[in-house]
Design a protein around this ligand. Structure first.
Ligand code: ADP
Ligand code: MG
Length: 376
């Protein structure tokens, strides 16, 4: 899939921008604070319904504007269609696909899929587990309606169970009510976890392959799902959802007294993690900056392949300011891997850094003060 044309009105520092995109590599060059990340953000928002940088939608509207609009012409296996987002100061966000307005933001996922790699993603290896859960959740939510539904349902049940726990601190009589929620918590939770386990197992294979290609094959990358219960790192496709549900039920039993005391749910997929290993050793502990960068790069490539496996076509790859930091051989290996098969939007302050890798078809743009000043 790819975005053929993008139009921004009063979005961040863009008063009005129209840009035709190449189905392969698009390189946006510009100094700092010119609007390169804003452009990436707009495509991310089109795909996911929100910004990767802020929760406040009004931040996205030009300071002197009342209403921001993102419009795109999309080509995908579903056909050719327009997408439109409107952000207003005094109204909720609105989305249109093919001229029809969506009722809910959650209906947006799946029309345009993206994989974003930005400098903050370097935290993926060593940062908090919530970053890794967000990574797998966004990936799965884009490719699977069932996963979206299970995750939303799980979070609703979790919220209600937490409310009950909070209200019943010190009131043991009402603790029985918990079991009403437990059944659903386990059901949705184990569905979410089983899907994560399968996805990470497949992604791990792709990640190991791309890691060895990028790093020249001297290190082996491992990526394992770590469910909240125990250290069962090597969860494989042979684990059934029933087994996960049993573990979940046991963990709830074990933690019941503590949950009642603390007034919150202590176990569940909201405590899952993903562990990266280099040559069998936990990368959280020892990976250098450079090694982390390569791990994240390999993981993003794995995400591309995984999504392609699931939906039959590649998502759009957004690389914001991350390639210039790579040494030449890794950068070329990376670009060769994506070849001409993935629409890629990348930003850089350094025009020179991509010159010698023009093995692939590409289009170059210069961005200055929220304007496209040259194309090609
Ligand atoms: N809502 C907004 N309205 C107008 N300008 C904005 C808004 N939000 C951010 N900006 C401006 O956008 C610029 C940053 O753009 P960004 O895309 O992050 O730059 P870069 O090219 O370095 O990636 C800054 O100059 C900032 O002041
Ligand atoms: Mg930027």
């Amino acid at each position: 899939m790819h975005v053929r044309a993008l139009e921004l009105s009063h979005y961040r520092n863009y008063r009005h921008l129209v840009v035709n995109l190449d189905p392969c590599l698009n390189i946006f060059v510009g100094d700092n604070a010119q609007g390169k990340t804003n452009l990436m953000e707009s495509v991310y928002l089109l795909a996911t319904g929100r910004s990767h940088r802020t929760f406040r939608d009004t931040d996205l509207i030009s300071w002197d504007g009342e209403e921001a609009q993102i419009k795109a012409q999309v080509e995908s296996g579903m056909g050719s269609f327009t997408m439109r987002v409107i952000l207003a100061r005094n109204h909720r966000k609105r989305f249109w696909v093919g001229g029809e307005e969506l009722r809910r933001q959650s209906e947006l996922l799946g029309y345009v899929n993206v994989v974003l790699f930005c400098p903050d993603d370097l935290q993926l290896v060593k940062g908090s587990p919530s970053l890794r859960r967000h990574f797998i959740d966004l990936c799965l939510a884009q490719v699977s309606k069932v996963y979206r539904h299970d995750l939303v349902s799980y979070n609703k049940v979790l919220q209600q169970r937490n409310n009950l726990l909070k209200d019943t601190v010190g009131d043991r009589g009402r603790a029985d009510l918990l079991s009403i929620w437990d059944e659903q918590l386990i059901q949705y939770g184990s569905q979410v976890m089983h899907r994560r386990a399968l996805a990470i197992e497949l992604m791990a294979k792709f990640a190991a392959a791309s890691h060895s290609r990028i790093s020249g094959g001297d290190e082996i990358l491992g990526m394992c799902y770590q469910p909240f219960y125990g250290n069962m790192r090597k969860v494989t496709s042979s684990i059934s959802q029933e087994e996960i549900a049993q573990e979940f039920a046991k963990a709830l039993d074990r933690n019941r007294p503590q949950e009642l005391r603390r007034g919150t749910t202590l176990v569940g997929p909201q405590r899952d993690d993903i562990v990266f290993e280099i040559d069998g050793k936990d990368a959280r502990q020892f990976a250098s900056q450079g090694q982390q960068r390569t791990v994240v790069l390999a993981t993003k490539l794995a995400e591309l392949e995984f999504m392609r496996e699931e939906v039959g076509e590649y998502p759009i790859l957004l690389l914001d300011d991350v390639l210039s930091e790579l040494d030449f051989s890794r950068r070329s290996a990376f670009l060769e891997t994506i070849g001409n098969k993935v629409q890629t939007l990348l930003t850089t302050t350094d025009r020179g850094s991509f010159r010698s890798t023009d093995l692939m078809r590409s289009q170059e743009y210069t961005i200055s003060e929220g304007q496209l000043i040259s194309e090609g």
